[in-house]
Design a protein around this ligand. Sequence first.
Ligand SMILES: Cc1cc2nc3c(=O)[nH]c(=O)nc-3n(C[C@H](O)[C@H](O)[C@H](O)COP(=O)(O)OP(=O)(O)OC[C@H]3O[C@@H](n4cnc5c(N)ncnc54)[C@H](O)[C@@H]3O)c2cc1C
Length: 475
Amino acid sequence: MVYDLFVIGGGPAGYVAAIRGSQLGMKVAIAEEKFLGGTCTNVGCIPTKSWLASSELFQNIKEAKKFGITTENFSIDMKSVKSRTDRVVMKGRKGIEYLLKKNNVDLLTGHATVDGLNKAHVSDKVVEFKNLLLAQGSHPIKFPPFNVDGVMTSDEIFSLDKIPSSILIVGGGVIGVEMANFFSSIGSAVTVVEVMDHILPNMDGDVAEVLTNSMKKRGIEIHTATKTLSVDKIADGFKVAFEDKERFEKTFEMILLSVGRKSNVTDDIKAIGVALDQKGNIITDDGLRTNIPSVYAAGDINGKYMLAHVASREGIVAVTNMKGGNLKMDYRSSPSVIFTTPEIGSVGYGEDELKKAGIEYKKGLFPMTALGRARTLEFNDGFGKILTDKGGNIIGVTIVGPMATEVLMEGVIAVHSKMNLDNLLEHGFKSRCPLQSGQKPVFFFKGGIHDRNHLWNFRCTFFRLSWNKNNSHAS
Ligand SMILES: Cc1cc2nc3c(=O)[nH]c(=O)nc-3n(C[C@H](O)[C@H](O)[C@H](O)COP(=O)(O)OP(=O)(O)OC[C@H]3O[C@@H](n4cnc5c(N)ncnc54)[C@H](O)[C@@H]3O)c2cc1C
């Protein structure tokens, strides 16, 4: 049989594309060499969030006294955290297998090697196809001095079933800070080392500052602008030498390296002539086309936005375009969320990015300290920030605070729909805000471009979500 579409990789890009391709009338086969769900389901988003659900609950119990609740004799058991996470992961994999079957996608288990533009093999099975979607994902980078036995990456960390007394996390990006939150909540002594000037180097400095302060308050040691010089294995862990302004050494039971990822572009892919960028990622346009008409590439393999929801959308855009569509990715309105304490959500432009590019903007900023609802949750850190262009269109939203990852969604709609502040008010959610009456406006919009009330809805929504979520916790 000649397939209309052959997908390599069963992660969020590949399996979603395969299903949509089949729904669009293509005969589809997908190859997966490890586990369906890829990085996200097996060693990424899902296990991280499962771990964080346990550690957040544990942290809340530790802090229950603040809310008038006395708790005694509670503890966290890493073996149980692991087995719960394994169950969650397994359910995800099974669900994807079921969806592929239900949508008549042929699943080929094994490593796929491309033998030409219309031919590949998976183990000893030859596959012929008209279109090819490359969705092989990425892998964690490891380099000296971290090439030492026992230094873990996110690929290995989820097999952990005991709490380390101390852990060094190398890299203060999204994965690094989420892991730092997890380990510090469950009782490990956590040190984060970052070569750049602040953690979360791809986000605004004010966001990093709030998170840095919050992490430090929780006892996490953070070293920025710091290089790791050497890593030596010792009897009960590792001895590590660093350099900021001067050299210093520390010992750790465990090391997690989270310094970035590289796309899985193999020699067979290079051999078919797919164009690569300088970092070795497959070059695609906004419709996920490569330089070869029948070959598309979606997800981490194109190195654009290494996020699961972006990968899935890219998969859908790719197969739709293969069928003659003309969809384009709107990367600007893809949200970025970080599950730390406080949570962080951002979409569109960041302020530092606008400054660097010399783009004029206006800003509204509201601190969480002034939000009564945040105080009821014992949250004082963070802010909500809205950026507009000089015409008043919303081009960026950042929220740092409780449930920021959920509240952000209205910002996503605003940025995607190129709303201005009036639109946000008009199409807002005022009527659904349960705590609306008597509340004062929240976001202070600097520069006098708007009356404070115009950001009222944003706060209402913030309130509404917080309120609902709190209620559902209680029920
Ligand atoms: C610790 C961690 C936490 C994360 N948290 C989040 C989060 O909260 N939110 C978010 O949006 N993103 C998160 N991500 C990123 C997210 O996991 C990735 O962006 C996403 O998985 C990319 O999807 P993909 O389909 O492109 O690649 P992958 O998920 O990597 O899937 C690629 C698949 O292809 C298979 N494969 C590769 N080569 C072949 C071959 N030749 N033959 C057969 N199969 C092959 C691989 O086995 C793999 O299963 C996280 C990542 C990590 C590491």
